[in-house]
Design a protein around this ligand. Structure first.
Ligand code: 0O2
Length: 267
């Protein structure tokens, strides 16, 4: 197939990946703004390389005409979570969305692959608008933990290096590493609540501090300098106390001061 034709075929898949990346990253922003724990740690996306598509066609005995109909992972999104529990949360978020329809699901976390591979896979149907009209495409979404991702990345590179002749000793080491990943994920799950508490309060603190600094910056335009310096000193004192309640109280008091200036401006 000519390279130009490949480009035309792959362009809508790239659009699907770009749009979905924006949407999943926006979910992360929503959690951050709400000051709550985000089940999504990282979002990655890619369009499969032409060489990998050709390799897959060959492996599955498909012809080049089958590309669009039978290869369902040309567009791929990977969502990396911190904890195994987050995977269910993310999968449910995907199932509930109106802009993508789940076609199939594969649970390689309950049903670990013989290689030791673990991940939750969904094929979703996603529509993009192109110059030729609406195009509905399959997109593969892989949801996995950081630890599962680490293992899969290493194993994928070794698969590439050894093709289909991976030495037994390497395979055995990878199997051991896969077991270690399961126990690491379990261990992390057992302290999940503690880690989430720390991350939540860090998130809350940084959003309150962000609001306070923003208000102080706005006050610079309207309040007198001496008052601003006094407010800043008070802020540093409260900040140094490392007390989230005191920070929240200070933020509310500052809002009242800022409101006062706004009221003055209207008169
Ligand atoms: P790439 O380069 O990541 O795109 P299969 O029948 O197993 O060949 P199928 O039916 O398309 O593949 O679906 P499956 O089993 O759900 O696998 C799809 C993708 O999951 C793979 O894409 C890999 O990304 C990942 N995957 C599946 N099994 C393994 C594994 O044992 N190790 C690693 N590291 N990744 C795996 P591609 O096209 O194989 O590769």
């Amino acid at each position: 197939m000519e390279i130009q034709l490949w480009r035309e075929i792959l362009a809508p898949y790239q659009l699907a990946v770009d749009e979905m990346m924006v949407k999943f990253k926006h979910l992360q922003d929503e959690y951050r703004i709400a000051g709550t724990y985000c089940p999504i740690n990282k979002v990655e996306g890619r369009v499969k390389r032409i060489s990998s598509i050709l390799e897959k066609l060959q492996k599955k005995n498909f012809t080049i005409e089958d590309v669009e109909e039978k290869i369902e992972d040309i567009a791929g999104i990977r969502i990396i979570c911190q904890f195994v529990e987050d995977i269910d949360v993310v999968v449910n978020l995907i199932r509930k969305r109106k802009d993508m329809e789940v076609k199939t699901e594969k649970d390689y976390i309950t049903n670990i692959k013989p290689s030791g591979y673990r991940s939750y896979h969904l094929i979703v149907l996603y529509s993009v608008e192109t110059i030729n009209g609406t195009k509905t495409l399959p997109v593969e979404i892989q949801v996995r933990t950081l630890a599962m991702d680490f293992w899969a990345t290493i194993e994928h590179s070794l698969q590439y290096k050894y093709r289909y002749n991976m030495p037994d000793v390497i395979r055995e080491r990878l199997n051991n590493a896969a077991k270690a990943v399961i126990s690491l994920d379990n261990e992390m799950s057992s302290i999940r609540n503690e880690i989430m508490d720390v991350q939540n309060s860090y998130q809350l603190k940084s959003s309150i501090v962000g609001e306070i600094l923003n208000t102080i910056q706005n006050l610079y335009k309207v309040a007198n300098k001496r008052e601003i310096i006094k407010i800043q000193d008070e802020f540093y004192n409260v900040y140094m106390q490392s007390d989230i309640n005191a920070l929240e109280r200070f933020s509310k008091e500052l809002d009242i001061i800022a409101e006062g200036y706004r009221a003055q401006a209207i008169q």
